[in-house]
Design a protein around this ligand. Structure first.
Ligand code: ADP
Ligand code: MG
Length: 270
C-alpha cells in the first residue's frame, strides 16, 4: 500500500503509546507523537531521556510495543531492512562512512544498496544523476575524489546525509548531527536540513539550544521516556514544565530572569 508518496508530498510519522524496556527499565514510556509530512522536527531532552531509543525503535533496532506508522505501514515488528525499504533512513551519533573509500564511492555504494553486485562491479560511465545531485546538496562536489577518512567532522556527517539522499529516503532520523561541529558547520548543516526538508520529513535529535532555536519548525521535548512538551520553539520555551527540567538557561537568555532568584539578570549584575 502506498500513501501520499506519489502525490509528491512526503509521508509523515505517527507514533502511538511507544514503549521500550531493557531488563525491566523503561527507556521509552508511552510516547505518542505526530511528525507531519515535510516537518523539520527537533527532538530534544536531557541525556538518557530516550531520544536515541525512540529512533532505534522506529528503525527496528530495538523491540518496542505500541505503534509507529509511516506511509500507511506499521513499522514495529518489521526487520531493519524492510523499514529502510519503506524510505526511512537514519544517522548515528558517530559517523559511519567508509573511511578508505572516496566521497563519491561512499555515495555510489549507498545509491547501489538496492542493486545487484554485478551492476555495482560494472564500470559506469559518468556519475548517476542522484549521486551528482546529492554531492551538490551536501556541498562536497569539490571533494568527491577524496577519501572520506580525511574529511572534517562536519563533512562526514554531511556525507552520511548524502548517503540517505541518494537512497531517496523520505523520512530522515538524525541523531545529534551537529555534535562536535564548529559554529559555521552548524549553520551550514541547518541550511542543509532546511533544504532537504522541502521534500522530505526530517527528525533531528539535538542538544544544542541555539541550533534548535534557529532551525526547528517544531519541537518535541522528551523527559524520562515521556513527551514533556510539544509545539513551536516559542511554545516549548514558554512551557513552565520545560523550563523546570531542561531549558532553565534558555529561559534566562529569553527573559533576562535567572531561574534561581527570579531577579532580572541585569539587576543582579549591577
Ligand atoms: P538519549 O538518547 O535521550 O540520551 P537513550 O535513548 O540513549 O537516551 O537512553 C535512554 C535510557 O535507556 C538511558 O537510561 C539508557 O541508559 C538506557 N538504555 C539505552 N539503551 C540501552 C540498552 N541497550 N540496554 C539497557 N539500557 C539502555
Ligand atoms: Mg542519544
Amino acid at each position: 500500500m502506498r500513501e501520499n508518496t506519489s502525490a509528491g508530498s512526503p509521508p509523515g510519522l505517527r507514533i502511538r503509546d511507544l514503549r521500550v524496556s531493557f531488563d525491566g527499565f523503561t527507556a521509552v514510556d508511552g510516547v505518542s507523537l505526530d511528525v507531519p509530512p515535510g516537518d523539520l522536527r527537533f527532538l530534544i531532552g536531557p541525556n538518557g531521556a530516550g531520544k536515541t531509543t525512540l529512533v532505534d525503535a522506529v528503525t527496528g533496532l530495538v523491540k518496542a510495543t505500541g505503534s509507529a506508522h509511516f506511509a500507511g505501514q506499521e513499522l514495529l515488528g518489521r526487520p531493519v531492512h524492510r523499514i529502510a525499504r519503506l524510505g526511512i533512513g537514519r544517522t548515528f551519533q558517530t559517523a559511519t562512512v567508509f573511511e578508505e573509500l572516496t566521497v563519491l564511492q561512499n555515495l555510489d555504494i549507498a545509491a547501489g544498496a538496492g542493486r545487484g553486485p554485478l551492476t555495482l562491479l560494472r564500470r559506469r560511465k559518468g556519475i548517476p544523476e542522484e549521486v551528482e545531485r546529492a554531492l551538490e546538496t551536501i556541498g562536497l562536489a569539490r571533494l568527491r575524489d577524496r577519501p572520506a577518512g580525511i574529511l572534517a567532522h562536519g563533512q562526514k556527517q554531511w556525507l552520511e546525509i548524502g548517503m540517505l539522499l541518494v537512497q531517496d529516503v523520505k523520512l530522515l532520523l538524525l541523531d545529534e548531527p551537529v555534535a562536535g561541529m564548529s559554529h559555521d558547520e552548524r549553520e551550514a548543516t541547518g541550511r542543509l536540513l532546511e533544504l532537504i526538508s522541502e521534500d522530505r520529513t526530517v527528525v533531528v535529535i539535538e542538544h544544542d539550544m541555539d541550533f534548535m532555536r534557529s532551525f526547528a519548525r517544531s519541537v518535541c521535548v522528551l523527559h524520562a521516556g515521556s513527551v514533556l512538551s510539544e509545539g513551536t520553539v516559542a511554545q516549548v520555551q514558554a512551557d513552565p514544565k520545560v523550563q523546570e527540567v531542561y531549558l532553565g538557561r534558555a529561559r534566562d537568555e529569553a527573559t533576562g530572569v535567572t531561574e534561581a532568584t527570579g531577579v532580572p539578570a541585569q539587576a543582579q549584575e549591577a
